[in-house]
Design a protein around this ligand. Structure first.
Ligand code: T3D
Length: 256
C-alpha cells in the first residue's frame, strides 16, 4: 500500500493519507506522493476532491522521527516539501473537501485549513501541536487560521496547545459540518458528488475571488470580480444555467 492513495469515483478523486500507525504523520516521501496525487486531481475531468486519512488519525503533522538528529534547515524543508502542496491545493480549479476522520495536529491542522471545505467525524480532534514542541504554526497554519478564526482566537488557541473537539471546532467555524464517525466517508462522497455536478469553473473562480479578497482593496476586488464574471459568462455552464432557467428545467452542468 502506498503512503498516499488515490481513488476515482466518477468526477471525484479521493486522496487518502495512508500511514495509519503514525496517524498519517507527514514524511518527506509523503509530500512527494501527495504532490503526485494533487497533479492527478488537476485533470479537467476531476471536478471535486476529497482529502482524508486512513485509520484513526487525519494527519499528525510532521513525522517527528525525521527530527531526530536534525541536520537540515527546516525552513528550506518547508519550502521544498510542504509549500508546493499548499500552493497546489489553492491552485486547484475545483473544490477540495477535507474529511477529517480523526485527530489533526500541527501541519495536519494546517493541511485541513488549506482545503476549501472541512467536514469532521464526531470523534475527530484538532490539536495545535506546534507549540507543544516549541515550534510556530507553519505550512499555511498562521495564514489560514488567522482568517478562519480571527487573529485573537487563532493566537490564543495556537499558543495554548488545547485539544479541540469536533463539536468545538464546529462552534468556532473551523469545520462546516460534523457527522458520526461511521458516516463520514459516505457524507464526504455525497458532498463531493454534489459539488462535482455544479458549475466547476464558476466554483473555481469563486475560490480564486475569495483568495484574492484576502489582501485586496475594494477597488482591486471589484476589478477582479468584473474580470472573472466576464470569464464566467463565457462558460458553457453559464449558457446552460440561463437556458435551463428559462426553459423551467433543472440545469445539467458539464464543468466547462
Ligand atoms: O520539518 C518541517 O518542515 C517542519 C514542519 C513542522 C510541521 C509540524 O507539523 S510540527 C508538529 C508535529 N506534530 C506534533 O507535534 C504532534 C505529535 N503528536 C501528538 O501530539 C499526538 O500523538 C496526537 C495529538 C496527534 C494524537 O494523540 P493520541 O494520544 O490520540 O495518540 P498517540 O498515542 O500519541 O499517537 C498514536 C501513534 O501515532 C503513536 O505511535 P505508537 O506509539 O502507537 O507507535 C505516536 O507515536 C504516533 N504519532 C503521532 N504523531 C506523530 C506520530 N509519529 C510521528 N510523528 C508524529 N507527529
Amino acid at each position: 500500500m502506498a503512503d498516499v492513495e488515490t481513488a476515482r469515483d466518477g468526477a471525484v478523486l479521493t486522496i487518502t493519507l495512508n500511514r495509519p500507525d503514525s496517524y498519517n504523520a507527514l514524511t518527506t516521501g509523503m509530500h512527494a506522493a501527495l504532490r503526485e496525487a494533487l497533479a492527478e486531481a488537476a485533470a479537467e475531468e476531476i471536478r471535486a476532491v476529497v482529502l482524508t486519512g486512513a485509520g484513526k488519525g487525519f494527519c499528525a503533522g510532521q513525522d517527528l522521527t525525521e527530527f531526530r538528529g536534525l541536520d537540515h534547515s527546516v525552513g528550506e524543508h518547508l519550502e521544498a516539501t510542504y509549500h508546493p502542496n499548499v500552493r497546489a491545493i489553492r491552485a486547484l480549479e475545483k473544490p477540495v473537501i477535507a474529511a477529517v476522520n480523526g485527530v489533526a495536529a500541527g501541519a495536519g491542522v494546517s493541511l485541513a485549513c488549506v482545503c476549501d471545505i472541512r467536514i469532521a467525524a464526531d470523534s475527530a480532534a484538532f490539536v495545535p501541536g506546534f507549540i507543544g514542541i516549541g515550534l510556530v504554526p507553519d505550512s499555511g497554519g498562521s495564514y489560514f487560521l488567522a482568517r478562519l478564526l480571527g487573529p485573537a482566537r487563532a493566537f490564543s488557541w495556537m499558543t495554548s496547545n488545547r485539544r479541540l473537539t469536533a463539536a468545538e471546532a464546529h462552534a468556532w467555524g473551523l469545520v462546516d459540518e460534523v457527522v458520526e464517525q461511521d458516516g463520514l466517508a459516505a457524507r464526504a462522497a455525497e458532498l463531493a458528488a454534489d459539488y462535482a455536478a455544479r458549475p466547476t469553473r464558476g466554483i473555481a473562480m469563486t475560490k480564486q475571488l475569495f483568495d484574492h479578497a484576502q489582501n485586496a482593496t475594494l477597488d482591486e476586488q471589484l476589478a477582479k470580480e468584473a474580470e472573472l464574471q466576464d470569464e464566467a459568462t463565457k462558460t458553457a455552464d453559464f449558457t446552460e444555467g440561463v437556458t435551463a432557467f428559462l426553459e423551467k428545467r433543472p440545469p445539467s452542468f458539464t464543468g466547462r
